[in-house]
Write a protein that binds this ligand. Structure first.
Ligand code: NAP
Length: 594
């Protein structure tokens, strides 16, 4: 072993050589304290171990991190002859040789991406590795055996849905057929494709410009073609019947993977009884583009299975726990109503919650409840969203104490009713400061942090059905919400290229405390109080629960929806605003009997 930093890996990575029984020399790198639990990160095709460098860096403080170049890749030697030298059986020999060398006394947490995951499934399902693997995290690489059964089932019973799935995956697998042609892939990789691949990867996958892939790429890709030739046809034709995982498996599925359909994992629980599903917005090369999230999920899963008890967020959770477990979610206006319900829904999905409100006690209550309903962690922060300086301090504190926010919900808002000519400049300032400037401050400060991190995220802005529903009684409120809607649309266009989604939520009439605090312009305090009570009764009678708005928010993030009208009346008004705006204009003149 030497202590030189390995090329492309974090400083102080230690390298050693492991020689397999067949005489192949495998280049193994280690980071972190060997006394800690071992995580083995296995690369795919066409990659070398350095594909994991960003994730390894994030795990090294808590784990003994091990990476190795698969035979024929990076600095590991290739078998001779190549043909027949890359079978899954031989790759299992390599894995066991590495594990025996780096962690002789304890099973390892195995993580594989792409072909690293295809191999990982083999290791996690064959008997001779039993006791050597503690957990397996699979990223973007199915078991060839499961895939073989998946195809056979769909060919045997081709319902329209199953036939579409088959054709869809068939189209995504075009490169697999190409790699089976003799000599051509080698010529392409050692020639023009090899030269252009780094730029292609950056353009198509949006990987950072950080020197990856390593210079060994052309020979990695040429040798790696034998992974396909030695295994794919044989396994798909005759998949193993006993390919059951003997370890807990965490399946991380990127939502925008160009090579693998998420349907490949339908029914996976049959093969992997202890399965935890995770969904990650991103393309295929998530080890390069989403290292924070991957490292967090790998670390949490491994740690959970090191101890005697498995934390709640690892094994269970509310709707969308696969997507939001461990994510940092900040909600403004979280002390009451819709904001509180949103915080609870993300908490139920196992997120980490920052509950922000100007009502400190209310925010603290929300954080406390969020912990009880499933949040991995929850904190309360007091801030007036209308105050730019306060928001700057909040953004700096959140980044320093909790990290970069994955989902930002700009929800704080206040009501203001009354005719335009009765609305004072001060009324306008107050409602625009909170409803519009509050959203601007949030988007500007937290949106910048998300963009600078470069690992995606999502911003939700609470607008209102009033944004597309003109009214003679809510001119200031409606204007503030229309501005939020347009801001959201513009920002969505701007941030799309950085993997940051933006959604505008337009609730409709929801039973919250907002009616009790709404200011009525142009009337004295007694009349204002009477109107507040009356409107509160209407909202109470309508009784649409804020929890349903929260469901719509999580759904909007998962499906990256642009504009989400929530209640039936909001959906109807949204439709009319497009199809028959004249009707809305006419109804805007009707004065409600206040
Ligand atoms: P809510 O029950 O009054 O909750 C709003 C929360 O935001 C309150 O805790 C409030 O604190 C807080 N807040 C207000 N101004 C703030 C500021 N400057 N800084 C920090 N926190 C502030 O109202 P809601 O119905 O849940 O409203 C949430 C959002 O949904 C608002 O943007 C609202 O416009 C929108 N919306 C509501 C409805 C509806 O029918 N309820 C419909 C469409 C849209 P205080 O209690 O101290 O004011």
């Amino acid at each position: 072993m030497n202590d030189e930093g390995a090329e492309g890996l974090p400083a102080n990575a230690r390298e050693r050589w492991v020689v397999t029984p067949e005489g192949v020399r495998l280049c193994v790198a280690e980071l972190g304290d060997p006394g800690q639990p071992t995580v083995v990160l296995l690369h795919g095709y066409p990659d070398s171990k350095e594909v994991w460098s960003l994730v390894a860096e994030r795990l090294r403080d808590r784990f003994h991190v091990v990476l190795y170049d698969v035979r024929g890749h990076g600095r590991s030697t290739a078998p001779r002859p190549l043909h027949g030298g890359f079978t899954l059986e031989k790759l299992t020999d390599d894995f066991l040789a590495v594990v025996d060398a780096v962690s002789p006394g304890a099973p390892v947490h195995l993580v594989g991406h792409d072909w690293g995951s295809v191999q990982g499934w083999e290791f996690a399902t064959v008997r001779r590795t039993e006791g050597r693997i503690a957990t397996f995290t699979s990223v973007s690489g199915p078991s060839l055996d499961h895939f073989g059964h998946w195809i056979a089932q769909r060919v045997a019973r081709p319902t329209p849905r199953r036939a579409a799935q088959l054709l869809g995956q068939g189209a995504k697998s075009w490169y697999v057929y190409a790699l089976h042609t003799p000599a051509l892939p080698e010529l392409a990789w050692r020639g023009p494709l090899g030269r252009r691949w780094p730029a292609l990867l950056r353009r198509l996958e949006r990987t950072p410009e950080d020197g990856y892939p390593t210079p060994s790429l052309p020979s990695d890709a040429a040798h790696g073609a034998w992974l396909y030739r030695d295994n794919v046809r044989a396994r798909l034709r005759r998949p193993r019947e006993d390919a059951y995982a003997h370890v807990p498996v965490q399946l991380i599925t990127p939502t925008g993977d160009a090579f693998l359909s998420p349907h490949l994992y339908d029914g996976l629980e049959l093969w992997a009884p202890q399965l935890t599903r995770r969904t990650l917005p991103g393309k295929h090369w998530v080890p390069r583009t989403r290292p924070d999230r991957l490292a967090d999920w790998i670390g949490t899963f491994a740690t959970a299975h090191e101890g005697a008890t498995v934390p709640r967020q690892v094994v269970a959770g509310g709707a969308h726990a696969d997507r939001f477990g461990g994510q940092l979610v900040l909600v403004t206006g979280a002390a009451s109503g819709i904001g509180r319900a949103i915080a609870f829904s993300f908490a139920e999905a196992g997120a980490r919650i920052v509950a922000v409100d100007r009502d400190a006690e209310g925010a603290a209550r929300t954080a406390q409840m969020a912990r009880l309903v499933g949040a991995q962690e929850a904190w309360a922060e007091t801030a007036d969203v209308a105050d730019g300086q306060v928001m700057e301090k909040l953004a700096a504190k959140v980044a320093a104490d909790y990290g970069v926010v994955d989902v930002l919900v700009n929800n704080a808002g206040i009501g203001l009713a009354g005719a335009f000519l009765d609305t004072t400049a001060e009324d306008w300032r107050r409602v625009l400061d909170v409803n519009l400037w509050g959203v601007i401050h949030g988007c500007r400060l937290f949106g910048r942090q998300m963009a600078e991190r470069g690992q995606g995220g999502h911003i939700v802005n609470t607008a209102s059905a009033a944004a597309f529903l003109p009214s003679s009684t809510l001119p200031a409120y409606s204007t503030s919400k229309a501005a939020v809607l347009m801001l959201s649309e513009c920002l969505r266009a701007e941030l799309a290229g950085q993997g940051i989604g933006v959604s505008a939520i337009c609730p409709g009439i929801v039973n919250t405390g907002i009616t009790a605090t709404t200011h009525f312009a142009g009337v004295d305090e007694a009349e204002g109080a009477r109107r507040r009570a009356r409107v509160s009764r209407w909202y109470g009678r309508r009784n649409y629960p804020p929890e349903k708005v929260a469901d719509a928010v999580l759904d909007a993030v998962v499906h990256d929806r642009a504009v989400v009208p929530v209640t039936p009346e909001a959906r109807g008004a949204h439709l009319l605003s497009r199809l028959a705006p004249g009707i809305l204009r006419a109804s805007a003149r009707v004065k409600p009997p206040l």
